[in-house]
Design a protein around this ligand. Structure first.
Ligand SMILES: Nc1ncnc2c1ncn2[C@@H]1O[C@H](COP(=O)(O)OP(=O)(O)OP(=O)(O)O)[C@@H](O)[C@H]1O
Length: 520
C-alpha cells in the first residue's frame, strides 16, 4: 500500500509538472509572438522618427513651423505644437523629445536584442524552471522534491523539443548547430570509434571460419547497418565487437579510438541490445526503464539528471502512452510487440552509451514502428553515439536512414563496407544493377543467398564478391584465395572469372568456394 501510494503521488506530481511545463511553453510562445510584434512596431517607429528628424533638420525654420502647425495627425510633432507656445522653444523641445523617443526606441531594441541573445537572463521572461544563474549540474543537485525534479526534466525536454523544431529540416548547418549546442545537454558523451582489421573468428576444434578478414570501422555519430543472408555471421560480428564471443579463436585487430584496448574497458559506456528481449514482464514500462537507469547511471549523478535522461528516452521512443502499462509475459498479455522491442532498446539507451550495438532491433516490427525506432536512434547518433545494428530486410525508406552499411556474405566475408548510399554505385560498377521497382537491400541479399541471379552473364559471380571487394579495397588476400584473386584481377572483361579459367582451375575454384562457404 505504501508503495502504491508513493507511486500514485509521484505520478501526480509528474503530471502536474508536465502540465505546468506545457503551460510555460505556451506562455513562451505567446511571449515570442508579442515580442516579434513589438519589435516590428519599434522598428517602424524608429524609421519614422529618424525620417522625420532628418527632414526637420534640413528644412528651414519657417518651413519647420509650417510642418509643425500643419501636421495634425497626432504624431510627436503635432503633440509638440499644441504643447509649446514659443516657436524657438517648440523647436528646441521638439528636437529634445524626438531625441528622447529615439533613445527609448533604441533602448527597447537593445533590450530585445539582449533577450534574443540570452533569453534566460531577463527577469520575468525567464520561463525556465530552474534559476538561470546556477550551473546545470548545480541546478540538478539542488532539486529534492518530485515536483522540482519533474519540472526540471520536462522543462529541459520542452527546450530540446523547441530546438528540434528549429532544426527540423536538419540541413547541414542545422545539424552542426544542434550537435554543438550545449545549452540543452546535461552531459557530453565520450566518442568511441571502433576499427577492425582482418578480423577472423574460427570455431575451436573445427576449422570452420565464422568471420573472415573483416576490415573497416564504425564511426561516432553514424548509424551503421550490418546486413547479409541468414547465417552469414552478423550476430557473430556484433558479438566480436562487443567482446562477447565464446568458443572461438580470434585473430586480427580491434582498435578502440586507434588504441589496441579491450572493449571491456569501455563496458560502462557500451550498450548491447541482444536479439531476444530481456525486459521484465511483471514490471511496467516505467519501472523497467527506471530500474535500468538507476542501476547503470553513475551513482553520483543527481536524481534530477537521471529523471531527465529517463524521461528523454521515454519521449524519444514514443512510450509515453504506455509508461504505466505492464510489459507482460506469455501468460499475461501486456504491451504490443513493437512497444516491447522499444522498451528493450530503451533499457540500454538510459545508460547514455557512447557505443550502442543492437541485434535485429527492428525484427517483427512494421515499417512505421521500425522508422520510429530508427528515428530515435538517429537522434542518439546526433549526440555522437556510435550505433551499429543488424537489420533484416529494411524497407527502402528505412535503408536510407543508415549512414554506413556492412554487407556480409556466407562464411563471414565482407562484400561491401562503406556509405549506404554508395552501395548501388559499387554494385553497378560490377555490372549488378538493381532492377526497377526492386528494393536495393532485398536485391543484394537475394544475390548473396543465391536466390536471384545477378544481371551479369555468370552463374557463380556472386560467390566471388568477397574477393572482388578485397581487390577493390586493396586488402591483403588470404593465401588460399590468391590464385583466384589473380585470375579475377587479370580478367579484362571482368565479367566471369570462372568462364575464363581452365577446367582444372574451375574445379579448384569450386573446391575453394566449398571451403569458404561450406556449401555449393
Ligand atoms: N558458438 C558457436 N558454435 C558453433 N557455431 C556457431 C557459433 N556461433 C555461431 N555459429 C555459426 O556461425 C554461423 C553464423 O551465425 P550468426 O548467428 O552469426 O549468423 P547471422 O548472420 O546472425 O544469422 P541470422 O540472420 O539467421 O541471425 C552460423 O552458421 C552459426 O551456426
Amino acid at each position: 500500500q505504501v508503495l502504491t501510494t508513493r507511486a500514485r503521488r509521484e505520478a501526480k506530481s509528474r503530471e502536474a509538472a508536465a502540465r505546468s511545463v506545457r503551460e510555460t511553453a505556451r506562455a513562451r510562445e505567446r511571449w515570442r509572438v508579442a515580442r516579434e510584434a513589438t519589435k516590428q512596431h519599434a522598428l517602424g517607429l524608429q524609421a519614422k522618427l529618424s525620417r522625420k528628424f532628418s527632414r526637420n533638420k534640413s528644412i528651414s525654420r519657417s518651413e519647420e513651423m509650417e510642418v509643425l502647425s500643419d501636421d495634425k495627425t497626432g504624431t510627436a510633432d503635432a503633440f509638440l505644437t499644441s504643447m509649446v507656445p514659443g516657436v524657438d522653444n517648440a523647436s528646441q523641445q521638439s528636437s529634445s523629445i524626438l531625441k528622447s523617443e529615439k533613445k527609448e526606441t533604441s533602448d527597447l531594441l537593445k533590450m530585445m536584442k539582449e533577450i534574443d541573445e540570452n533569453p534566460d537572463s531577463n527577469e520575468g521572461f525567464n520561463l525556465g524552471v530552474a534559476p538561470a544563474h546556477l550551473k546545470k549540474n548545480k541546478e540538478a543537485k539542488d532539486m529534492h522534491t518530485h515536483s522540482q525534479i519533474f519540472k526540471y526534466a520536462y522543462g529541459q525536454l520542452e527546450k530540446e523539443r523547441a530546438q528540434e523544431q528549429q532544426f527540423k529540416d536538419l540541413t547541414f548547418s542545422g545539424v552542426i548547430s544542434m550537435a554543438t549546442n550545449t545549452e540543452t545537454k546535461t552531459s557530453t558523451r565520450p566518442l568511441i570509434e571502433v576499427a577492425f582489421k582482418d578480423l577472423t573468428l574460427t570455431l575451436k576444434g573445427k576449422k570452420k571460419h565464422l568471420l573472415r578478414c573483416v576490415t573497416g570501422k564504425i564511426i561516432p555519430g553514424h548509424v551503421s547497418a550490418v546486413m547479409g543472408p541468414s547465417g552469414a555471421g552478423k550476430t557473430t560480428f556484433l558479438n566480436a565487437l562487443a567482446g562477447k564471443v565464446t568458443g572461438c579463436t580470434m585473430s586480427g585487430l580491434i582498435l578502440i579510438n586507434g588504441k589496441s584496448l579491450s572493449i571491456h574497458s569501455y563496458k560502462k559506456i557500451t550498450g548491447f541490445v541482444p536479439q531476444d528481449d530481456i525486459v521484465h514482464g511483471n514490471l511496467t514500462v516505467e519501472e523497467n526503464l527506471w530500474f535500468s537507469a538507476r542501476c547503470r547511471l553513475p551513482a553520483n549523478m543527481p536524481k534530477a539528471d537521471k529523471v531527465l535522461i529517463f524521461e528523454r528516452v521515454i519521449e524519444s521512443l514514443g512510450l509515453q502512452s504506455v509508461r504505466d502499462s505492464l510489459v507482460g509475459t506469455v501468460e499475461k498479455r501486456g504491451i504490443s510487440g513493437g512497444q516491447r522491442k522499444r522498451v528493450n532498446v530503451g533499457l540500454e539507451m538510459v545508460m547514455e552509451p557512447s557505443l550502442l550495438i543492437l541485434d535485429e532491433p527492428t525484427s517483427g516490427l512494421d515499417s512505421t514502428s521500425s522508422q520510429l525506432l530508427l528515428r530515435a536512434l538517429r537522434r542518439e547518433a546526433l549526440e555522437g553515439v556510435n550505433i551499429c545494428m543488424v537489420v533484416h530486410q529494411p524497407s527502402y525508406t528505412l535503408f536510407k536512414m543508415f549512414d554506413d552499411l556492412i554487407l556480409l556474405a556466407k562464411g563471414g566475408l565482407t562484400v561491401y563496407h562503406g556509405p549506404a548510399k554508395k552501395v548501388e554505385e559499387y554494385f553497378s560498377g560490377l555490372g549488378m544493377n538493381v532492377p526497377d521497382r526492386v528494393n536495393p537491400p532485398d536485391h543484394f541479399i537475394d544475390i548473396l543467398e543465391g536466390i536471384v541471379k545477378p544481371n551479369t552473364n555468370t552463374d557463380d559471380s556472386y560467390k566471388m564478391l568477397p574477393i572482388r571487394w578485397m581487390l577493390y579495397k586493396g586488402y591483403p588476400i588470404p593465401p588460399d584465395m590468391q590464385q583466384y584473386a589473380a585470375s579475377i584481377a587479370s580478367s579484362s572483361k571482368d565479367a566471369n572469372p570462372v568462364d575464363e579459367m581452365s577446367p582444372a582451375d574451375a574445379g579448384a575454384w569450386s573446391n575453394l568456394l566449398w571451403e569458404i562457404y561450406g556449401w555449393m
